[in-house]
Design a protein around this ligand. Structure first.
Ligand code: AGP
Length: 608
């Protein structure tokens, strides 16, 4: 995904655009650029590399002007070079465009435009938009943008400016989020609210098909039929420090450390202890709908998919319903079967992951009710679902998902409790589970106190080249998640596996150079995991065990023990994952990796 920013008002645009890009840099960070209207045309400055490099360039040669657009890129079409950085311009350098999304018919459009004499300078799909607008009929920029987009197949959140119409920004949305910030006599454009929060809390989330026109003293929004629409102005619910480092060296460490508060935020006001259920106001799943559910399909990607695997155990246990957990990217291309009573749950921190969004749409197309478990308010998945549960975990800036994972499990636990209650879960069981959920935040705080021990452990293993993570039952997903955390920020190869499956192949890898992390809380499969540890030990493997406080069983069997508090077995992943988040973080830091912006990654993959 990329980040787009725009500003129009009485102030100089460039500093505001740069600050907005800094806030959005977690969305993509391989190149950046700005275009400013300076009265005599459109001035563009762009380069490969981080936003700071652009800031330095503009400090050397400032750009004057009170309206402009900017972009930070995660390359899809074309290498991350200065030439391919946004903004992109037309043949005469009179129109500039920044874009987040994919123009699927870009090649055909480019060929047609080149046949009419247009000269392309980049390998990107976005440049096609600039030439289409240049070619389009229309007396205003918004008319020309609307005409141009009529030829486009794909997704976009875009902003455009033209030298012919100084003091105007045109914005369009189709499949990629973009919002307007409504300030005091000034207006902003952004891919997400973090880029405007320093200036305003009032935002307008555009809908697909919308085109917005911003001038220094007003804005208006037109829908796909060019009818002016009054879009709701929403208030951003969180504060600036939610997107500041707050003294931490990295957002990832801050977000790991705040999980006692964020799990608490997810649970806040939603536990009903006496009836032993949950209050989920936005779920839009009334009792009669609950009774009609025959199966649950969870669609997600990455860490969210791992949370879905935990959710399967929770929902099958509490609601006695069959659950399948699908990689969204795989599910969406399979023949969709219209099975009555199917409830589809899309889990997504960003609410913008293209595969998850399309999987949800595919499920709905065959009649399934869909709900979203999402963190970002107003995101596409949240807006398109029939109902859902917001995590309320605050913005997650670190590319490696941490607090979202534990809040997703908490939200799935609330959902399982609610659905179970509707489907006959015994009162005492519901009440007991609600109480265990309420205890989680304090147990999370206690587990996070392991950090000094984990930091020392990271020193022992930071130079290893491979890791194996093993777990069973509800903690098998934690093994997968621990491996993903390590590989995506430290670039060490790590693999998660069901512990019992190790003897069907991976055991061949075991030797003194392959650390094996066992996720082994004392639950109903603990003794089986113990046997797997023996198998590893017998082959000279080094064992790191995440287990329950007070567990004296392991003796000399393991080389390192990380003990987390006891809790309900279904909730143990919220705790067992914490030392693994910290282990990945500290190993990555020791290896000098860019923890918050790992190579090749972006915070949300809004492309397929
Ligand atoms: C997790 O650390 C990764 N950043 C990635 O796997 C992520 O979980 C995945 O892209 C899904 O993102 P979403 O939750 O925003 O849909």
């Amino acid at each position: 995904m990329c980040g787009i920013v725009g500003y129009i008002g009485p102030r100089q645009a460039a500093p505001i655009l740069l600050e907005g890009l800094r806030r959005l840099e977690y969305r993509g960070y391989d190149s950046a650029g700005v275009a400013v209207q300076n009265g005599g045309g459109v001035a563009v400055r762009k380069l490969a590399g981080r936003v700071q490099g652009l800031r330095d360039a503009l400090a050397r040669e400032p750009l004057a002007g009170t309206s402009g657009i900017a972009h930070t890129r995660w390359a899809t079409h074309g290498a991350p070079t200065t030439r391919n950085a946004h903004p992109h311009v037309d043949c005469r350098d009179r129109i500039a465009v920044v874009h987040n999304g994919i123009i699927e018919n870009a090649d055909a459009l480019r060929a047609a435009l080149e046949r009419t004499g247009h000269r392309f300078r980049t390998e990107t799909d976005t440049e096609t938009l600039a030439h289409l607008i240049e070619e389009a009929a229309g007396t205003t920029l918004e008319e020309r943008v609307a005409t141009a987009l009529g030829d486009v197949v794909g997704t976009y959140g875009l902003a455009a400016i033209s030298a012919e119409e100084p003091g105007k920004i045109v914005v369009a949305r189709q499949g990629s989020p973009v919002l307007l910030g409504i300030g005091e006599n000034e207006f902003f454009v952004a891919s997400d609210a973090s880029a405007v929060l320093a200036h305003t809390r009032s935002v307008v989330y555009l809908d697909d098909g919308d085109i917005a026109v911003l001038t220094p003293d007003r804005y208006h929004v037109m829908d796909a039929n060019a009818h002016v629409q009054l879009r709701e102005v929403s208030d951003i619910a969180w504060d600036l420090e939610a997107i500041e480092l707050g003294g931490y060296p990295h957002f990832m460490l801050k977000e790991i450390a705040e999980q006692a508060q964020t799990v608490k935020s997810t649970l806040r006001g939603r536990l009903l202890f006496d009836p032993g259920t949950a209050r989920l106001n936005g779920l839009n799943l009334p009792p009669d709908a609950c009774a009609g559910i025959s199966r649950v399909v969870i669609v997600a990607c990455g860490t969210s998919w791992h949370a879905g695997l935990v959710g399967r155990h929770i929902i099958e246990t509490l609601a006695r319903l069959p659950v399948v957990v699908e990689y969204a990217s795989e599910y969406r291309y399979r023949p969709q079967l219209a099975i009555p009573g199917t409830l589809t749950i899309a889990i997504s921190q960003s609410g913008e992951t293209a595969d998850t969004l399309e999987a949800m749409r595919a499920a709905r197309a065959v009649g399934s009710r869909v709900i979203g478990i999402v963190n970002v308010v107003g995101s596409t998945i949240a807006r398109e679902a029939d109902g859902g549960i917001y995590l309320h975990a605050g913005p997650e800036i670190g590319v490696a998902s941490t607090k979202a994972f534990t809040s997703q499990i908490a939200a799935l636990a609330l959902f399982g409790l609610y659905l179970g209650h509707q489907r006959g879960l015994p009162l005492a069981a519901g009440q007991g589970f609600a109480c265990r959920l309420a205890q989680l935040p304090s147990l999370v705080a206690r587990a996070l106190a392991l950090e000094p021990q984990v930091r020392e452990l990271a020193r022992v293993y930071a130079e290893r080249r491979n890791f194996l993570y093993l777990g069973r039952g509800v903690n098998f997903p934690v093994a997968l998640e621990g491996a993903l955390k390590l590989k995506e920020i430290s670039y060490i190869h790590a693999e998660g596996y069901p512990a019992a499956e190790m003897k069907h192949g991976p055991i061949a890898l075991i030797d003194a150079d392959m650390p094996v992390v066992f996720v082994a809380p004392q639950d109903e499969v603990y003794q089986k995991v113990l046997a797997n540890m023996q198998e590893v030990k017998a082959r000279g493997g080094r064992i790191i065990a995440v287990t329950t406080e007070g567990n004296g069983d392991l003796g000399a069997l393991v080389d390192h023990r990380l003990c987390v508090p006891a809790t309900a077995p279904l909730l143990s992943p919220v705790l067992t994952t914490l030392p693994l988040q910290l282990l990945a973080y500290h190993i990555a830091v020791l290896r000098g990796c860019d923890v918050d912006r790992p190579r090749n990654l972006a915070k949300s993959v809004t492309v397929e």
